[in-house]
Design a protein around this ligand. Structure first.
Ligand SMILES: N[C@@H](CCC(=O)N[C@@H](CS)C(=O)NCC(=O)O)C(=O)O
Length: 217
């Protein structure tokens, strides 16, 4: 059975958007897997993979890290059902993946980072604070104070996603890895935050509900 090294925070919650992508792909392909929890300061558990980020999978001795590499590996090793169902879709999904990583996550993180921090295990809190404050160039308290200011930027990005979904059930028409990418994003936020995301985006809300039902996750 595949072992997935998965980020864990307090109460064994699993927030990582990238790990959720892998869980969505494995679930869709009906490939059995178990998870190995890794907290922010337990990177020694990942030494075997030669890097320090999750997700990592171990599949009968094959080690693959990075959600995109894992998606490609799974499509080759477990081809049905397909996540890149036709010519050019893999390349389009790569573009969508990068858009989600940068634009979508970039707009959400400043709104929800303190909700994530509230769920980080006590032993990981210093690491998380130092790492994120360096990344954003301000303290978590300064980010919290700008939450209302940052919210409209988040809603502008969610509106772009909403506009894409008008008249179609999935981002590229049929279900593809693009949907699993964004599914991971909303699992990330909703696992640790009560921030309302879908109040102004009914199509996106319907898509989100459809994805959860389809995957049972
Ligand atoms: N591009 C990578 C990103 C992986 C990544 O950044 N994972 C986060 C979890 S969401 C991580 O390992 N964070 C550990 C840390 O911040 O120390 C992918 O798609 O898998």
């Amino acid at each position: 059975m595949i072992e997935l090294y998965d980020l864990c925070v307090a109460n064994d919650l699993r927030p990582s958007p990238y790990c959720w992508r892998t869980k969505a792909v494995l679930t869709y392909k009906k490939v059995p897997f178990s998870t190995v929890p890794v907290s922010f300061t337990e990177k020694d558990k990942l030494t075997f993979s030669g890097q320090d980020r999750v997700p990592v999978i171990k599949d009968n001795g094959t080690v693959v890290s990075d959600s995109w590499n894992i998606a490609k590996y799974c499509e080759e090793k477990y081809p049905d059902p397909k996540i890149f169902p036709s010519l050019g879709i893999r390349e389009s999904c790569r573009f969508f993946n990068l858009y989600v990583d940068n634009t979508v996550h970039g707009s959400l993180i400043l709104v929800v980072v303190n909700d994530i921090f509230a769920n980080v295990l006590p032993k990981d809190r210093d690491y998380f604070r130092t790492d994120r404050e360096k990344r954003f160039g301000m303290t978590l308290e300064q980010i919290a104070a700008k939450r209302d200011e940052n919210r409209p930027k988040m809603h502008a990005v969610l509106s772009q996603l909403e506009a894409t979904l008008v008249g179609q059930d999935y981002f590229f028409g049929a279900l593809t890895y693009a949907d699993f990418c964004l599914f991971g994003t909303f699992k990330w936020v909703t696992t640790v935050s009560k921030e309302p995301l879908f109040d102004n985006t009914p199509q996106l809300r319907a898509w989100w509900e459809r994805m959860q039902k389809q995957l049972g996750l």
